[in-house]
Design a binder for this molecule. Structure first.
Ligand code: PLP
Length: 362
């Protein structure tokens, strides 16, 4: 009897897929859940603030969850084959997590990044064995990643697949994890959850899961001032575009990404970049830890939501995310000279926000 070589290759590929999935499942089993930090502020009596510390993942950001899901999704769809190279377009955090998982699976990985990406992030991808492909301003990173995939690599496609790669019904997704951690708190059903939008994956998972669990919690998008979701959301305009830029990495998009789900969002709050920077300085003072700029954007949005609650005499809880570690931004968002060169002055915002926390005044 003759053994068909193609059939043998199929068997080998399926065995490799099984063992790659088992590797990812073992990594998930070894990982602890991230902390839900609790804070109260004198200016907001009766309001509990919770911060989901996604910087605590092994790769330092909420993209650890996404990267694990994207590899699983590619494997379970039969799109990722033994020895195949992997590529994705990323402003940094996703690339770091994807490079980490590529190394775990023994795959070659290329990150297509804008050349404005923080040097710390580029270094982190290289240190994990990833290749870097930098695009010039105006060049589309996703189109470049697709070109590389056309030559045989597997395109993880975070922007296209983030909303579907994550199991929104549970599986300890970020929403299930948060609500589980809130279960014994005074207000286990939050009034608001606030998050930024990069791919839109996190907001999609949160919004869907809140409905799935039958909660009345509202979802607020914290958006850098002038960026696309503030413009697009009122009329659910998928074709909206802006040409402004934000220094807040991971969020502040110029186009509506395909994974963003308009219908699960109840509000969008715009936050000036200087206010986001001031807010990460305040977080560092209170928590003793540096987080990235988008955590500051989230914090400022929460304070606006808290003001609305306070003005309506409401009590309750507000939840948001600490998205990534600040160490990545030492030479940029945490460097006064870098900020000054971009005319970003966080100090007036810092006084204003600090007063708000202490006394609840504007
Ligand atoms: C990706 C990212 C976000 C936004 O999350 P999405 O799920 O992609 O919308 C926020 N902050 C940081 C630092 C990120 O990397």
């Amino acid at each position: 009897m003759q053994i068909d070589a193609a059939a043998l290759r199929c068997v080998h590929a399926r065995q490799w897929t099984s063992s790659a999935i088992a590797t990812l499942q073992r990594e998930a089993a070894r990982s602890a859940d991230t902390h839900l930090l609790h804070m109260t502020f004198a200016g907001f009596p009766g309001i509990d603030f919770y911060f989901k510390d996604e910087a605590a993942h092994p790769t330092g950001s909420l993209k650890h969850r996404l990267a694990r899901s994207l590899y699983l999704y590619a494997l379970c769809n039969g799109r990722l084959r033994p020895g195949q190279a992997v590529v994705d377009a990323s402003s940094g955090s996703t690339a770091i997590s994807e490079a980490w998982f590529a190394r775990l699976l023994g795959l070659e990985f290329t990150a297509v990044m804008p050349d404005t990406t923080a040097p710390g992030k580029i270094e982190a991808v290289r240190a994990l064995g990833g290749h870097i492909d930098l695009t010039a301003p105006g060049q589309c990173t996703q189109a470049r990643a697709r070109d590389i995939a056309a030559d045989g690599a597997c395109f993880l496609d975070q922007f296209g697949l983030a909303e579907r790669a994550t199991d929104w019904r549970g599986n300890n997704n970020i929403a299930e994890s948060i609500l589980g951690q809130l279960a014994r708190e005074p207000h286990p059903e939050p009034a608001w959850v606030a998050c930024g939008v990069g791919t839109g994956g996190t907001s999609a998972t949160l919004g869907r899961y809140l409905r799935y669990r039958g909660l009345q919690t509202q979802l607020c998008v914290a958006e850098p001032e002038g960026m696309v979701y503030a413009k697009a959301w009122p009329h659910h305009d998928r074709s909206a575009e802006v040409h402004t830029v934000s220094v807040i990495e991971g969020i502040g998009r110029q186009r509506v990404e395909p994974s963003f789900q308009f219908n699960v969002v109840d509000a969008v709050i715009e936050v000036p970049d200087a206010a986001s920077i001031a807010a990460i300085q305040l977080l560092e003072e209170r928590l003793g830890v540096r987080y990235g700029g988008s955590s500051g954007t989230n914090f400022v949005a929460c304070l606006q939501l808290a003001e609305r609650m306070r003005d309506a005499d409401a009590r309750g809880s507000i939840v948001t995310l600490l998205c990534d570690r600040g160490a990545r931004y030492r030479e940029t968002r945490y460097d006064p000279a870098w900020l000054a060169a971009r005319s970003i002055d966080p100090s007036p915002w810092k006084s204003k926000l600090a007063a708000l926390l202490e006394r609840g005044i504007d």
